[in-house]
Design a binder for this molecule. Sequence first.
Ligand code: ZN
Length: 275
Amino acid sequence: MALRSIPIATTGGESRTDSLNQRIGHRSTSILRYGDQLAGRSRAIDAGHVRDASGKRHLPRYRWSDPASTPSYRIGIFAGIHGDEHSGVIAALQLLHHLELHPMIGRFHELFIYPVCNPWGFDQGLREGASGRDLNRLFWQEEAEVLLIEQELRAKRFDGIIALHTDDTSEGIYGYVNGSTLTRHLLEPSLDAASSILPRDHRPEIDTHPAERSIITGGYTGILSAPPDQHPKPFEIVFETPHLAPLGRQVEAHMAAVKEILRIFPQISSQGMDI
Ligand SMILES: [Zn+2]
């Protein structure tokens, strides 16, 4: 099972995880245990998991804030909305770990990291949510299954949204751009950075969409995105790795892409680049 590749501890003094244990499955619990232990040791990481009023639905959430400055940019990083795509989940946790070791990679940022956006699917090893539907087609349609994530998107008003996915029909990395017009100026260099680990998908059509230089503009409706009334729009990137590539490589590619986006975004923003 994929999760063996992160050092998941089986014992420890976790607290918040325990209260969620009754409601979530083994895999999600492992993720939370690892993340909560990181948070417990770190001054920069907070575990602030979200639950709905009934206590039935939950959304694991970690916040990391640049300890060296007052953060200027708030970025949301979302993984595991498709429950059978593990590399993004692992990458999200490894990112937390790397931020703890090398805080410079998150300089000027406040990051909200949601490693498992579809806990039910993740625990079952299924793409879909509990209703059998693809959660990443349900956004902003008053669907209960994505309500917690929507609440976060509304409350945080992110400057940037990064969603990590894998694609079993692709043999290379690619991405979707939406939102702010500067999004492609972030995705392009991040694909470049990640292409040292896995090749790009160069096909003119990817995942049924026209693509240019591994970039799809637009894509499906109902995907995880900023609230329709949020202005100015944040950058919105979906980063995809080839599902059948070695898991470790996918994780590395996700990490390289995210780090590059985090590195470049403050530069582009502070230059007030007119794009
Ligand atoms: Zn996906």
